[in-house]
Design a protein around this ligand. Structure first.
Ligand SMILES: [Cu+2]
Length: 153
């Protein structure tokens, strides 16, 4: 009898753990009205490549500035915010530490401008796949983005 009580207790503890791990995702959904993501896509990679870029439009519908500070994805080893710049007539890209989006403003991440750079991307992604990217904000909240695959050609 005692062992049965113990196993029920263990099952309850497990339930509580699962509920706790779901909580941050619910918090992330709430902020989505403050920062709206449109037209999110990533470039599929040519065979043998594990690095690619993702693009989207970020719109700040909230009454205060939203600052994008870091990024992560379960489909990539690391994700960075990059910007293309022209230095001495040469096109280069550099890592940008953070991106501020003022209240009511939209910022487009497009080829040749700001973009997300994904390193160590998982193999075998195809046109039907979606990559989930988490945008972490300075406020401590985050936005979940579902980026669609786009042909690399
Ligand atoms: Cu880049």
């Amino acid at each position: 009898m005692l062992s049965r009580v113990t196993s029920i207790f263990k099952a309850l503890t497990l339930c509580a753990t699962v509920l706790l791990s779901i909580a941050p995702l619910q918090a992330a959904e709430k902020i989505e009205s403050a920062l709206t993501i449109n037209d999110a896509y990533f470039r599929l990679m040519p065979p043998g490549r594990s690095m690619t870029a993702a693009y989207m439009t970020l719109t700040n519908n909230s009454g205060e500035t939203q600052v994008l500070t870091s990024l992560r994805s379960d489909s990539a080893g690391s994700v960075e915010l990059h910007q293309h710049t022209h230095i001495n007539g040469m096109m280069k890209m550099r890592k940008v530490d953070q991106l501020s989006i003022a209240a009511g403003e939209s910022i487009e991440l497009v080829p040749g401008g700001y973009h997300l750079m994904l390193f160590g991307v998982q193999d075998g992604l195809g046109l039907d796949d979606t990559m989930v990217i988490e945008l972490q904000l300075e406020s401590g909240k985050s936005v979940i983005v579902n980026a669609k695959a786009s042909s690399f050609k």
